[in-house]
Write a protein that binds this ligand. Structure first.
Ligand SMILES: Cc1cc2nc3c(=O)[nH]c(=O)nc-3n(C[C@H](O)[C@H](O)[C@H](O)COP(=O)(O)OP(=O)(O)OC[C@H]3O[C@@H](n4cnc5c(N)ncnc54)[C@H](O)[C@@H]3O)c2cc1C
Length: 238
């Protein structure tokens, strides 16, 4: 799909966070691709507020100036009870290189980031939805991506090293290539590679084990401080 060359990192989602992540990686020389299921940058109706620390991060990529010049600067925030002004937060007194909140339409921030990415030779692939991720032990991650047309076409890319994505919204399936000699806890740990969160049901399916056996392995790993239970599933701690 990506001109025959798999990316080292596939970023899923071209919102502000995905675009920023892709740009940071591209600037570091990482071969990155970014996809989004939307047709283009969205025209959001709300006002995006960027705080000083976010502006500092954007400044590290040389983008703060072009963002600040598009933004409305908020120097203080007043708190009202009906028409009585009860308190005031003076952001201008916080110090730092950006002692204000920069307010702008979100699509403008996204366009600045998208343009900077294009200058690094990375184009956002709009209309592309990541439908499935498969983690492969020591072999990166495979992603099934649907190109959204009138009838969507699903196709798979071979593998990426890492995937930057909100995995809570995706089906993440783990494939174990070398399971036979390893203990169940070891297999669980290798499936939960860095950043991967899997529900008990997903782990059970991937490992093809009985619920009870898996439960014992999870509990022992939890007691040993190697795993923790989160809302989205199990996550590795080390
Ligand atoms: C109703 C609402 C009002 C808000 N109001 C404000 C506000 O007034 N001020 C403010 O500063 N912030 C506001 N926010 C917060 C702001 O929208 C978020 O902080 C910001 O958009 C988060 O950026 P993001 O890149 O993490 O996610 P998003 O902007 O949500 O981007 C995620 C992208 O991932 C894509 N995606 C998701 N899954 C897949 C997939 N499987 N395959 C391909 N693409 C995928 C989506 O299409 C989307 O484009 C608001 C949020 C909401 C929901």
């Amino acid at each position: 799909m990506f001109g025959g060359k798999n990316p080292e990192v596939l970023v899923v989602g071209a919102g502000p966070v995905g675009l920023f992540a892709a740009l940071s990686l591209a600037r570091l020389g990482v071969r990155v691709e970014i996809v989004d299921r939307q047709w283009r940058t969205r025209a959001h109706s709300y006002a995006l507020a960027l705080h000083g620390q976010s502006l500092q991060m954007l400044g590290e990529l040389g983008l703060a100036e072009s963002i600040v010049e598009r933004a409305y600067r908020v120097n203080s925030v007043g708190l009202y009870d009906a028409s009585d002004r009860r308190a005031e937060m003076r952001i201008s007194e916080l110090g730092g290189p950006f002692p204000f909140v920069a307010v702008m339409p979100p699509d403008q921030l996204e366009r600045v980031l998208e343009r900077a990415l294009e200058q690094c030779g990375v184009k956002v692939r709009w209309n592309h939805e990541v439908a499935r991720l498969v983690t492969r032990t020591n072999r990166g991650v495979s992603a099934t991506i649907h190109r959204l047309q009138k009838q969507s076409t699903g196709y798979a890319i071979a593998h990426t090293e890492w995937v930057v994505a909100d995995t809570a919204q995706l089906e993440v399936v783990a494939e174990v290539h070398n399971p036979p000699q390893r203990s169940l806890p070891e297999q669980v740990l290798s499936l939960l590679a860095e950043g991967v969160v899997l529900t008990r049901a997903k782990l059970r399916d991937a490992l093809a084990v009985k619920n009870e056996r898996l439960g014992e392995a999870l509990e022992s790993l939890e007691r040993a401080g190697r795993l923790r239970r989160t809302q989205g599933g199990w996550q590795r701690l080390d």
